[in-house]
Ligand binder design. Structure first.
Ligand code: F6P
Ligand code: MG
Length: 463
């Protein structure tokens, strides 16, 4: 019905969707069942018969997936409790008119994935003693702890940089600033390599192998589309024509190490006087296993200075902790959240006149930002609508209204799904061939492996 390429679907054999809905989601749901049982055994505030209801719900979802059952509407009593779930029912109705086959194993991938996490959330929210339980908190904490060496290294690096370069309060010269900007944008990019939903089929070690400085420099060649220079040129221009205090935003992805890298990058942007304010956008609910809620940042701050969590948490972590606390207290770092991030709608909706109230009010806020860092894979899929673009499509041609509605965005994303744009001609073919040769898998799955990454910029002023 549109002139855009089709969505990726759960029955596309070539897509990572295929294995995701058949293997990864059931595994994630089984982990959820274990986590309910564990929480019940540890904490008296949780009700056992309510736990049974949640677990029954999870088991039904697993069965629905295995059978390839239809995706059903959220029922009225749940809509009453959580009104914005109506968005999913509206989309199901709309997809039906477009002839989509709306089952767990055939529907559009991005929609189904969002729908799954809201089904999980709704099952929990319906049970009063469990409604504040974050089913993924345990996983998020364990994963953060397992990145301790990278956390120490990055904290030390930042502390010594600060002593060398920022303690005098003078602004660095442009050359030095640019090279540091490149360093920290890369740190922030590769921080996204960790994503707990992928641990469902990868070892911790495999996922964490990319985190030290040496690995990061080596990984530079794996950034297959890189607009960092354009972003920097934009920032220089912004500084010259400056009429107001600058604001930059982060649309966060994962909790723990990735958020730590986002916070370090924020410190850099503030200390280097590249911006006056950083606004950090979190999820309102547990999402995609590892995504960050505001309370996860509070927990992260406590973790940094907790010797039982990070045994080597010495001066450097103390330093980072107190810098962050100060900026938060002074309002230079603001934490916020929106229900928009956890509905099904893609980010083409983040536009002034959009029918979704959540989307248009978010636009009203984001338009005040000088630069919005959009982190990670799922956010990238929502930015490009998870459509089957030819991979040489320019980024600005794949982001709908975002290309021209004034939002200044830069996507920092390690590729964990099929969609990808902005690549040079021939690269997809070359990587596909190499991937197939080295793994025996379908070649196109190189793009879902997390080994490659993109940094893509749009100034929001395309004609
Ligand atoms: O399959 C891709 C995936 O694992 C999806 O679950 C989700 O789109 C995404 O990656 C999560 O990754 P990130 O945390 O980087 O958004
Ligand atoms: Mg995530």
């Amino acid at each position: 019905s549109s002139s855009f390429p089709d969505f990726y679907h759960n029955d596309d054999k070539e897509s990572f969707a295929f294995e995701t809905c058949r293997e990864r989601w059931p595994k994630i749901l089984n982990d959820c069942i274990d986590d309910i049982k564990l929480a019940l055994s540890k904490d008296q505030k949780y009700d056992a018969s309510q736990a049974d209801q949640i677990i029954d719900g999870f088991n039904s979802l697993i069965k629905n997936m295995a059978n390839g059952d239809k995706l059903t509407d959220f029922p009225p009593e749940i809509i009453t409790l959580i009104p914005n779930l109506q968005s999913f029912n509206d989309s199901l109705a709309k997809f039906a008119t477009e002839g989509e086959k709306l089952t767990w194993l055939t529907a559009p991938w991005l929609f189904t994935e969002c729908y799954l996490y809201r089904r999980i959330d709704a099952l929990i929210k319906l049970q009063p003693s469990w409604k504040d339980f974050d089913i993924f908190e345990d996983k998020k904490q364990k994963s953060f702890q397992s990145t301790a060496p990278a956390v120490y290294e990055l904290a030390k690096r930042y502390q010594s940089l600060h002593q060398e370069s920022f303690s005098s309060g003078e602004k660095l010269n442009d050359q030095a600033l640019k090279s540091l900007f490149k360093e920290f944008i890369d740190v922030c990019l590769w921080g996204n390599k960790i994503d707990l939903s992928l641990l469902a089929n990868k070892s911790q070690d495999e996922v964490h192998a990319g985190q030290t400085a040496e690995k990061r420099i080596e990984a530079e060649k794996n950034i297959i589309s890189n607009d960092t220079n354009q972003v920097w040129d934009y920032l220089v221009k912004l500084d010259q024509g400056r009429t107001h205090a600058k604001r930059m935003d982060f649309v966060l992805d994962n909790s723990g190490f990735e958020t730590f890298t986002d916070l370090i990058f924020s410190l850099f942007l503030l200390d280097a006087q590249i911006t006056e304010t950083v606004v950090i956008h979190c999820k309102t609910r547990p999402w995609m296993v590892s995504d960050t809620m505001i309370k996860d940042i509070d927990i992260l701050l406590d973790d940094l200075v907790d010797q039982s969590f990070f045994p080597e948490s010495g001066a450097a972590l103390q330093f980072i902790h107190s810098k962050l606390e100060t900026y938060i207290k002074q309002g230079n770092i603001k934490l916020t959240d929106s229900e928009f991030w956890t509905i099904d709608l893609d980010y083409w909706h983040i536009d002034g006149g959009d029918a979704s109230q959540l989307a248009s009010s978010l636009y009203g806020d984001l338009i005040k930002s000088d630069l919005i860092f959009i982190k990670g894979d799922l956010n990238y899929r929502k930015t490009t609508a998870d459509r089957k673009w030819d991979k040489t499509t320019p980024f600005v041609n794949a982001i709908g209204a975002l290309s021209s509605n004034g939002l200044k965005i830069v996507s920092l994303r390690t590729c964990k799904a099929d969609v990808c744009v902005g690549l040079p001609r021939g690269l997809d073919e070359k990587l596909s061939e190499e991937w197939h040769k080295s793994t025996g898998e379908i070649g196109g799955l190189w793009c879902s492996s997390g080994n490659w990454a993109v940094i893509s910029f749009s100034e929001g002023n395309a004609k």
